[in-house]
Design a protein around this ligand. Sequence first.
Ligand code: NAD
Length: 476
Amino acid sequence: MDMLINGTAAPAADETWIEVTNPATGECIDRVPRGSKEEVNAAVEAADAAFGEWSKKTTRDRGLILYRAAELIRRDHKALAALLTREQGKPIRESTDEVRGCANIFEYYASIAGLPAGETVTLGKAGDCLVTRVPLGVCAAIIPWNMPVLIMGWKVGPAILAGNTLVLKPASTTPLTNLRIAGLMQEAGLPQGVLNVVTGPGETTGAALVQHPRVKKISFTGDCATGHRIREMTKDHLKVLTLELGGSDPMIVMADADIPKAIEGALRGRFYNAGQICTAVKRLYLHEKIAEEFMRLLTAKAESLTVGNGLSPGTDMGPLNSAEQLGRINSVVSETIGRDEGVIRTGGYPLTGSGYSKGFFYKPTLITDVAPDAALLTNEIFGPVLPVVTVPDLGAAIREANRSKYGLGASVWTKDISTVKRVYDEVNAGIIWVNRHLIVPPEVPFGGTNESGVGRENGSKALDSYTQSKTMYLGW
Ligand code: NAD
């Protein structure tokens, strides 16, 4: 495997390296190369050279390597989780879940290795047809910083099981655990060139990768604007695109809901990973009959969350991933309040001083009385800030939910099956959760509508997106 891993040589110049910062302390913990165009070309060439042999292996043989990789990830899960917390910030419990989640994904794809079946078509006198699924060739996987290990699993698992080779570009703030897992895949027996990791900024390294003529498919997860840029950059090339973009998931709580359960759902849905999840609860719609009591209890819970270094036991919520991210969240809240577009119920400020070192911490925040066109409701808020809106009935909740340009996930909390059916039918989203939010098992297709992207990850169908059909006509 050609991996451009963090070297041991002294840095030649600032333009050659990217520093990786621990968001809980503001300290540099490592550095990775700023991959040049030549390095991207070398990675794509390595993937191209490996494709012939790899694509001819049986899916069973490829699946066995995924099984072994999952075993190694489980063996090293403590070290991997600690590394992930140090570069990303999330509490160690969440990092452990994520690392195990990646192993689960590899095992899931290994377990369905026999599935990518083709079909036969009988045409009577005209003959018979054999249709098989064949891999695409070199694929590119571009990863964000919020769930870098899980999303690596979503892309690497199906891509290599289907017989493709891959060049993966991690986010600049979280490349380390991705590199470590790529190393474990090598230890698991993945042949040279099948998985290549190139680190570097999106605008240069990422752009060179997506524009490379030999890259057949790009699986991108990240910001909506970047997704559009990638589509624009590749418009002359006919590449297969999977774009998993942002979300602004509504959570609708009706008067008949199990309130304690819904409060736990809102708390976890918004503050897990410091709110930096595409399918986090980003807008809360409460039926007016329960709104006041719900907010009293939710506020108490949000105020009791322990914010701190993800490595410290007892931390419920870590820092935001970067100073930029903290700045964005701080600005959107200040502007909302400055424009009189909402009222802070709790939080609304960065956490500094004793215990917070130079980290990027923000107080869990709830904002009520939010104006319908406030940025808090119309944009994706990628941090621990929850806008809350009171609605008179289900119709109003659905109308408000659908005012977003996104359509990733949504949840409804109720005991009434007709409410469930109406939300399922009428809310624009790729995923509707009922009495829960934020569960993404590897077996189930994941993805959104509208500006949340195109294509699906996870599930057996994700394998199809890494293959194309090839037909043999048999004229007897
Ligand atoms: P981002 O778009 O800034 O970066 C994502 C990746 O793309 C990074 O590796 C980055 O270096 C690269 N990149 C940036 N510009 C590029 C370019 N011009 N060409 C090629 N690559 C480029 O996103 P982010 O801030 O890292 O991630 C947060 C976003 O990701 C949020 O909007 C979130 O909702 C979304 N997200 C979506 C899903 C999903 O499955 N729908 C999952 C997780 C995160």
